[in-house]
Design a protein around this ligand. Structure first.
Ligand SMILES: [Zn+2]
Length: 286
């Protein structure tokens, strides 16, 4: 099956327009969206604009792809800029059979391939903390907390690091409960694996990806792992792909004006992978 993958549009309409053109031209069987696709809300009204975007733009685009290509499946995860409210909105579309919200605890099977998804990221400087978790159980608490949604009170509140991170399972703990899969499978995970060509920022001297995600890929060996989150990494390291054991790991990167997306065939991801910007994986820099 032909798969088209991208992530991290952050609500940029020009990227959605370019992705529309790509989907209509390339006619994939499956579109996968890797999180952080929605605009950030305003600190004074953090929720309403993002949830409205889910209904008015994100799902409208998906509907248009599916109207033009009946049978097209669309699967997604979320990212650290996305609120739990947005996940609840997407869950309703998942329950209605319009999209697939990928999960790590239960595989989704499509055309002979199984998929697991994971939306959490290690702590970042971004102010939204709903989908951020400690990477490992013994990872240090971040110096500052941030804002989280309280589903009971239906409002956001400021959480201290020990309140939010100290009371939630780590990424490693959650991934330990991931479904075991026989046969070929693909992992869709917003955060890239630590210590690869996919998790570097020009402004930071060390890798910022997830050690838990790396260990998970190393031990479970999906045929392909699709990431995002660290948009700058392919431009900095010189490659949008890397390998962990036999697993091909991909972070297409993203920019504000020039769509970064990949297309590949699930029968041979490494042999068929094409990028909308990079002609081929350039030689990696030391
Ligand atoms: Zn992100």
């Amino acid at each position: 099956m032909r798969i088209c993958y991208s992530s991290d549009f952050h609500g940029q309409i020009s990227l959605y327009d370019q992705f529309d053109d790509l989907v209509h031209a390339q006619k994939p069987n499956l579109v996968i969206l890797g999180g952080d696709m929605l605009p950030d809300g305003d600190p004074d009204d953090p929720i309403t604009p993002q949830v409205a975007f889910v209904h008015d733009e994100y799902m409208r685009r998906i509907n248009s792809w599916q109207n033009a290509a009946p049978g097209l499946a669309v699967a997604c995860v979320l990212g650290n800029h996305d609120w739990i409210c947005s996940r609840m909105a997407l869950q309703n579309y998942h329950d209605a059979g319009r999209i697939v919200l990928l999960d790590h605890r239960q595989a989704w099977h499509y055309d002979g391939v199984a998929f697991l998804g994971y939306s959490k990221s290690p702590p970042t400087p971004h102010w939204v903390k709903d989908l951020e978790r400690l990477d490992l159980p013994d990872s240090p608490l971040p110096a500052s907390g941030g804002t989280v949604w309280d589903p009971g009170a239906q409002c956001v509140f400021e959480a201290r690091p020990e309140e939010h991170f100290g009371t939630q399972p780590s990424i490693e703990t959650e991934l330990a409960a991931a479904a075991r899969i026989e046969g070929p499978w693909i992992f869709v995970c917003h955060a890239p694996p630590h210590g690869t060509k996919l998790d570097r920022l020009p402004s930071v001297e060390y890798p910022i990806g997830s050690r838990a995600v790396r260990d998970f890929i190393q031990s479970r060996q999906p045929m392909c792992a699709l990431h995002g989150h660290v948009h700058e990494s392919p431009g900095f390291t010189g490659s949008h792909i890397d390998h962990i054991g036999r697993s091909l790991c991909v972070n297409p990167g993203q920019s504000l004006d020039n769509l970064h997306a990949v297309l590949f065939d699930s029968d041979d991801p490494a042999g068929t992978l094409r990028h909308t910007v990079f002609a081929e994986a350039p030689a990696s820099r030391p």
